[in-house]
Design a protein. Structure first.
Length: 584
């Protein structure tokens, strides 16, 4: 005599079928009957395999066995072997949720000849074999015509009543197995990730381990589905124009559930802005006093204003909303173990970490500099970052329209010194090719430096001073031509440890971009274009200092002469005694 088993099948939160079985094996699949076996529960979903899973009843326990290619989940976790079910466990297959419970012993008339004492033994000897990895064309076909109801072989289900004021058509929820099948390599470059998602627009990179469901997460998911979110944590196609519609729907959903999670919090408006924009980040980014933002998943948002720190009164509704905002804002989905660094706007730095890297996340950290006056050479002198004699030399070079190269290794910050030099050019038209994202606000005209024709566009603005951050090989011919023109100066930053290394890099860039085979001739051309090389390095304490100022003298070899050098014994930049010929 076998125990009776109650099974409730739900779709989008509504119970569509309630059945009771008294047999030891309950088969679940997409079709009612095949040559191999007959399914007791038929789920009409494209993510359901022909023979998807089986429930085994024995010794007062229930065991679920996965037989599919698309996966069976228990409490949101993909199972790889027979799994005994606890009283509160739920089974998820495609968009369906099954709640299973033992209801008590069955009558003798309900007995079958098959008695199961060891479910594991039955798994190996009696059940349908596992899919062997060969192509299964029927597993991706449409549901058969003879079985169009969500669940067949059962009495006509009574629809779950919905409140009359709202009616939603929800897309089936995606599962981790469906998503990971088409994931790009974990070490793929950002360009490769974007190309992958162009090829698989409906497949997110990865879905995090499912967190405990909350009413707010449920509301967000329903809203996102209504506005064509292609999957879990993916950005919707809605914008500000859809905000009134999203707000109306959010109000009805929140009222339907009677949410009172945070007294006085306008959750309908917050949820609508998550679906149609950047959610709580939008108002914080519009506040010029905010210099740092840290989003810790749905737990809290910490805000920095200079040295002060506080917790924002607003937060995200759920981790899924944070993932969607990352994609909408930065243009790429955030993987569970992902890391995204971006500069979505000038002066703004963003770091996004998945939950494998930041438990309790995902985490978004935003930084931007104070909206204060840019520092000039006088500030560097007063802070003892530059001696007065060196400051006077640089100021006179700016006045005469010389061309400068600011260089340093990967740890050195080059932009602050370059920006300080431009502060000494009031009234001049300064055009900056932005590539570091950290250029301070001021009188300069900023152009996006990632465009192939950015430098030529900058030259067509006829600037008095042309500033190029992080010189690239393709820049070299136009940069040298701009530096040789009369009536204006050029300032650029370049990654190189020494002035000699910077000169060699520029010569090699010019040779590669122009097709000149003679690197010596390219070195002479660079020597005829640039005048002063300023070396920046970072001390052991993290303090940036100018460690050399060298003059590049024109000639066949382009000789470098050090005018100032760093003295370790005095920890200061001191003159070498060499006279600067460019100031004669």
């Amino acid at each position: 005599m076998h125990a009776k088993t109650d099974i409730h099948v739900m779709l989008n939160g509504a119970t569509v079928v309630s059945r009771q079985f008294s047999q030891p094996v309950i088969r679940i699949g997409r079709v009612e009957e095949t040559r191999d076996a007959r399914n007791d529960i038929v789920l009409a979903g494209t993510g359901v395999s022909k023979h998807h899973a089986q429930l085994v009843v024995g010794d007062g326990e229930l065991t679920v066995v996965d037989r599919s290619r698309n996966g069976t989940f228990v409490n949101g976790q993909l199972i790889h072997e027979p799994r005994r079910l606890g009283p509160s466990d739920v089974i998820e297959i495609d968009a369906y949720t099954l709640r299973v419970a033992l209801a008590g012993p069955a009558s003798d008339a309900d007995d079958t000849d098959l008695v199961v004492d060891d479910p594991a033994a039955l798994v190996e000897d009696d059940l349908v074999p596992l899919d062997d990895g060969l192509p299964s064309f029927d597993d991706v076909s449409a549901p058969p015509a003879e079985s169009t109801d969500p669940v067949s072989r059962s009495p006509e289900p009574t629809p779950h009543p919905r409140p009359p004021e709202i009616s939603l058509q929800l897309a089936p929820r995606e599962h981790p197995r469906d998503i990971l099948l088409n994931a790009p390599p974990r070490d793929a470059t950002p360009a490769a990730v974007r190309a992958h998602h162009d090829a698989h627009p409906d497949v997110p990179l990865e879905i995090p381990a499912r967190a405990a469901e909350t009413p707010l997460a449920d509301v967000y998911r329903q809203l996102a589905a209504q506005f064509a979110a292609p999957g879990w944590g993916r950005a919707t196609r809605a914008d500000d124009a859809a905000l009134p519609q999203a707000l109306d729907l959010a109000r009805r959903l929140v009222a339907q559930r009677g949410l009172a999670i945070q007294p006085g919090a306008p959750w309908p408006e917050w949820l609508a802005r998550e679906v149609c924009g950047l959610g709580p980040l939008a108002a914080l980014l519009d506040d010029p006093s905010v210099t740092a933002i840290t989003v810790r998943g749905a737990e809290a948002i910490e805000v920095g204003r200079g040295e002060a720190r506080e917790r924002a009164a607003i937060r995200f509704s759920c981790a899924e909303a944070v993932h969607a905002i990352v994609e909408r804002w930065l243009g790429a989905p955030l993987a569970n173990d992902g890391l995204i660094e971006a500069t979505p706007a000038a002066g703004l730095g963003v770091l996004a970490l998945g939950r494998a890297r930041a438990p309790g996340g995902p985490l978004i950290h935003v930084t931007r500099p104070h909206a204060s006056a840019p520092r000039g050479l006088a500030d560097l002198i007063s802070e003892h970052l530059l001696p007065r004699a060196a400051g006077d030399l640089l100021a006179e070079g700016l006045r005469r329209g010389l061309s400068f190269v600011v260089h340093g290794d990967a740890a050195a910050e080059l932009t602050p010194l370059a920006a300080a030099l431009t502060v000494e050019l009031p009234g001049s038209r300064v055009v900056v090719l932005l590539r570091s994202g950290a250029w301070p606000s001021g009188h300069a005209i900023g152009l996006a430096g990632d465009r192939p024709d950015a430098l030529r566009c900058a030259r067509r603005l006829h600037p008095d001073w042309l500033v190029v951050e992080e010189v690239e090989a393709a820049d070299a011919p136009d940069l040298c031509a701009a530096a040789r023109r009369p009536g204006g100066g050029v300032l650029c930053t370049l990654r190189a440890r020494s002035a000699e290394a910077a000169l060699l890099r520029l010569a090699a860039m010019l040779a590669a971009a122009s097709g000149w085979p003679d690197v010596t001739a390219c070195r002479a051309a660079v020597a005829g274009a640039f005048d002063l090389f300023i070396g920046v390095r970072r001390t052991a304490t993290g303090r940036p200092v100018v460690h050399t100022i060298s003059e590049l003298r024109p000639g066949p070899r382009g000789e470098l002469a050090e005018l100032f050098t760093w003295k370790p014994e005095t920890s200061a930049l001191e003159p070498t005694g060499v006279e600067a010929q460019v100031l004669r």
